[in-house]
Design a protein around this ligand. Structure first.
Ligand code: FAD
Length: 272
C-alpha cells in the first residue's frame, strides 16, 4: 500500500524537533528509523500530516557509562547496541537482545528510542529494559523528566511520552557479570516474539502477555521468598492477559510464558 500524502521536515536538533512538534500539534509524528512507523503509514493505520525526521541527530546517538548506569541516546541503532563492546561488558543482556531484533536490515535502521516509544507489547528491547529496571529520559517544552520503565508503558501502543515530547535517552543499571537470560519464541528467525522472557537480577519481564510488556511479579515474589526456579516459573502467567491470534491462543501463550521463564531463569543462574 501507499501512504497518504504527508509533509516532511528534518529537525537539526532536539530543540528544533520539539518546536516542530509544538508548531504542528496532532498532525506531526516523529520519524526515527521508520521501521515501525512507515509500515503503519503504508497500511494507513497511521496518517500523520507532517513527518518530523529526527533520524540524523548525532547528539542522541551514544552509549556511555554514567555512574552506576549506562546511558544510551534514543537514536542509537539496534546494530550499534548489538556490537557495542561497552554494552557487552556493562549490560550484556541488552547487547544480546538488540541482536535478536528482526534481521540485519531492521537492526541497521531501528533505534532503541523508536522501539520504546512505539510501545508494542511484542517487542524485544522494551522487554529487556523493563527487566533491567531501566528508565527513560523525556524532553518536553517545560524541561526534562525521567520515567521508570515500570511507569513508562501505559497501554496498547501507549507510553508516558506526550504528543509534544521527545524521548532523548534510555538509562539502564550496569549489571556487569550478573547472570541473565533471554528466551524468544518465534516462528521464523527474524520475527517479533510470539512470547519473549528476559530475566536478570531477580527481575523477569515478558513480551506479548498483555497490552504492554509486563513484569512477572508472582514469579519475582516467589524467587525473593526462596522458591525453586521451576516453582517460581510456574507462576509466570499469573495476572497476564495474552491475546489470541493466528500464531498462538491464550493457553499456549501462558504455557510458553511458564516454559520460557524457567529457561531464562536457568540461564540467569549460570550465564555471566
Ligand atoms: C521486518 C521487520 C521486522 C521486525 N522485527 C522486530 C523484532 O523481531 N523485534 C522487535 O522488537 N521489533 C521488530 N521490528 C520493529 C523494529 O524494531 C522497529 O525499528 C522499532 O520498533 C521502531 O524503531 P524505529 O527507530 O524504526 O522507530 P520509528 O518507526 O521511526 O518510530 C516508531 C514510533 O515511535 C515514535 N518515535 C520514534 N523515536 C522517538 C523518540 N525519540 N521520541 C518520541 N517518539 C519517538 C515515532 O513517532 C513512531 O510513533 C521489526 C520491524 C520490521 C520492519
Amino acid at each position: 500500500m501507499i501512504p497518504a500524502p504527508f509533509d516532511y521536515v528534518r529537525a537539526g536538533s532536539p530543540e528544533e524537533a520539539l518546536s516542530l512538534l509544538a508548531e504542528h500539534g496532532d498532525e506531526a509524528k516523529l520519524l526515527a528509523g521508520g521501521h515501525s512507523l512507515l509500515p503503519l503509514m503504508k497500511l494507513r493505520m497511521a496518517v500523520p500530516g507532517v513527518l518530523v525526521d529526527i533520524g540524523r541527530l548525532p547528539e542522541l546517538r551514544y552509549v556511555r557509562v554514567e555512574g552506576d548506569e549506562v546511558a544510551i541516546g534514543a537514536l542509537t541503532r539496534d546494530r550499534e547496541l548489538e556490537h557495542s563492546s561497552l554494552l557487552h561488558a556493562e549490560v550484556p543482556l541488552l547487547a544480546h537482545v538488540a541482536g535478536q531484533v528482526g534481521d540485519p536490515q531492521v537492526r541497521a535502521r531501528g533505534t532503541i528510542g523508536g522501539s520504546l516509544a512505539h510501545g508494542d507489547s511484542a517487542s524485544d528491547l522494551p522487554t529487556a529494559v523493563l527487566a533491567l529496571g531501566g528508565s527513560m529520559v523525556i524532553q518536553g517544552p517545560s524541561g526534562t523528566r525521567t520515567v521508570a520503565a515500570t511507569d513508562f508503558f501505559r497501554g496498547y501502543f501507549e507510553t508516558a511520552i506526550g504528543d509534544d515530547e521527545l524521548l532523548v535517552e534510555v538509562r539502564v543499571p550496569r549489571t556487569g557479570r550478573v547472570g541473565w537470560g533471554y528466551e524468544k519464541f518465534t516462528r521464523r528467525a527474524n520475527d517479533w516474539p510470539i512470547i519473549a522472557v528476559a530475566a536478570v537480577d531477580g527481575r523477569v519481564a515478558m513480551a506479548n502477555m498483555g497490552a504492554t510488556v509486563l513484569r512477572a511479579s508472582a514469579t519475582e515474589r516467589a524467587l525473593a521468598e526462596g522458591a525453586s526456579l521451576a516453582d517460581a516459573a510456574a507462576l509466570a502467567h499469573e495476572r497476564t492477559s495474552p491475546s489470541a491470534d493466528m500464531h498462538a491462543d491464550q493457553e499456549y501463550r501462558r504455557h510458553l510464558a511458564r516454559e520460557l521463564t524457567r529457561r531464562a531463569l536457568e540461564s540467569a543462574s549460570t550465564v555471566s
